[in-house]
Write a protein that binds this ligand. Structure first.
Ligand code: E4P
Length: 218
């Protein structure tokens, strides 16, 4: 399972990339707006920190302009994955961009039917949003189960399932259980995954006992 981090905050990215656990980055227009920086600059900087795929989303909604924006974004760095929304024009742009050897992340997926279309359009990554489904009283992870089951039936579907809109570590655990290829997590969720009270308690007990020996390893 690959871990992407869902942020456009370069300081967070630098910090988390140093752990060696970060395989890629996802951004979206809201995250870029939050960074307060120029889009192209922030994407270029992220791409220089993380060698894996860095998703940068188009903001046009028509095919022709999406294509222009996608080609511009792809020109920023080799590891840019152009993000397009799961619309008719978005999937058409996906097909064209992937035929030009550009990685494409199809985003805002909320149903298995949409997921099938994205795979048929040759998406490199498909981003189903689990947290936003949970928010409206549906089981976001059920969508992941459905998509993983469907994609497993077809070797010709080369699309990786990128579980997005994750809100807590159990989304990650459930995604791993279902065999999803990738999860993208906000920095806070990745940090929470380290935590367990018994780890803290156990470490404290070991260190207290060790201190009583008066020894040091080095
Ligand atoms: C993924 O690529 C999206 O940027 C992200 O996961 C959306 O998450 P949210 O629903 O918490 O905004």
């Amino acid at each position: 399972m690959k871990f992407f981090v869902d942020t456009a905050d370069v300081e967070e990215i630098r910090d988390l990339a140093a752990t060696g656990l970060v395989d890629g980055i996802t951004t979206n227009p809201s995250l870029v707006a939050k960074s307060g920086r120029k889009f192209a600059d922030v994407i270029a900087e992220i791409c220089s920190i993380v060698p894996g795929p860095v998703s940068a989303e188009v903001t046009a909604t028509d095919y022709d302009t999406m294509l222009k924006e996608g080609r511009f974004l792809r020109g920023i760095a080799d590891n840019v994955a152009v993000k397009v929304p799961l619309t008719r024009d978005g999937l058409k742009a996906c097909r064209t961009l992937t035929s030009e050897d550009t990685m494409v992340n199809v985003t805002l997926c909320f149903s298995p039917a949409q997921a099938i279309l994205a795979a048929k359009a040759g998406a490199t990554f498909l981003s189903p949003f689990v947290g936003r489904l949970d928010d409206i009283g549906q089981e976001g992870m059920e969508l992941i189960g459905d998509i993983c089951e469907i994609f497993a039936n077809y070797d010709s579907f080369g699309t990786e399932v990128l579980v997005a809109s994750t809100r807590h570590p159990m989304h990650v655990v459930d995604a791993a259980r279902m065999g999803a290829d990738i999860v993208t997590v906000p920095p806070a969720v990745l940090r929470k995954m380290y935590d367990h009270p018994l780890t803290e308690k156990g470490l404290k007990a070991f260190l207290d006992d060790w201190a009583k020996t008066g020894q040091s390893i080095l």
